[in-house]
Write a protein that binds this ligand. Sequence first.
Ligand code: PMP
Length: 385
Amino acid sequence: MSKQLLFIPGPVTVAEPVLAAMGKPMIDHRGPEFKELQASIVRKLQPVFGTTSDVLLLGCSGTGGLEAAMTNMFGPGEKVLVAPVGVFGNRFAEIARTWGVEVEILDTEWGKGVDAKALKARLEADTKKEIKGVVLTHNETSTGVQNPLGPLADSIRAHGAYSLVDTVSGLAASEFTMDAWGFDVVCAASQKALGVPPGMAMVAVSARAWDKMKTVKSPRYYLDLQKAREFQAIGQTPCTPPVSIAYALDVALDLYAKEGATNVWARHQRNTDAIVAFAEGAGLQLFAEPGMRSVTVTAIHVPAGVNGDEIRKKLRVEHGFVLGGGQEKLAGKIIRIGTMGAITQTDVLAMLGALEIELLSAGLKIQAGSGVQAAVRAFMGPVPA
Ligand code: PMP
């Protein structure tokens, strides 16, 4: 099977024009072409983040962006409240601990989103303002949960703490309004909903976050955001940037603008709705609670008596579709289906058809076609009986 379509939640299937952009000849990263390229990317990224503040391009994966956010904003002796809802929220907390930042966890059962009332109550109880920062995951890729950010942002603003947000697997797939929400440092990465290969993190920084960073004394070098900002002002990056990824990102942002942000969001929602309908039609259980479901990754419980890894292997080897499995304590328990990247409605239907074939072959007692029919109906909207 040579052709593979990625339905993992990143990296994603990359559109032809984006891939082709990576074949452009190399340029001087300290020359006028890169300066223009960087400015073009930043200009197009700002509305995607919903900000007029700086957006910095870092030559690293998403985790580098998270580490940059944490180490530039906080140091030993400061406390942050982290509200993880899965693997990547825990990673953000781990980064904080690694750098000596004190961590308090606002715990949430996996599969659920952050309880806005619980966050509000915790922040209201912090009358001495010991909590200096609140750390959120917008879209938790390991569980298929997407936190509605508005209510969470309201209580953080009311408290006054700085906010760090991981939207690595969320940005560009639904509306993101950094400035309106009042977030301080927001992290994204190239290989997710923007549909670019891995290699670049994008970090947006609010005006007041720049002031805060000046007071943080903890060591940083490669991921020094203030240095990145100084170089960006002259159209450069401190170290050699991933130029080919920059070319690809610039084209991906043109495709995003051409399709239109609201159409891009609707596409992610529609493909997710079809996958959810498939699961419900086939009697499968979704992992994330209703109202908190991600539009970029859908997590489905592996039904009893079925080996999820075996199903995924068959899909990959015999059908050319690559799906995600569960991470850490969810290994073997869920299948995760991503909807980011250059995939069409036809691709989604074909993948779901193959998934249904393999579930039936594995002996699952469902009526043949029950999942796919539901997906077709979801795509078509209301149709005459
Ligand atoms: N946060 C989230 C929500 C993610 O989905 C990922 C990647 N799956 C990361 C952080 C880490 O990004 P990277 O693998 O690019 O370092």
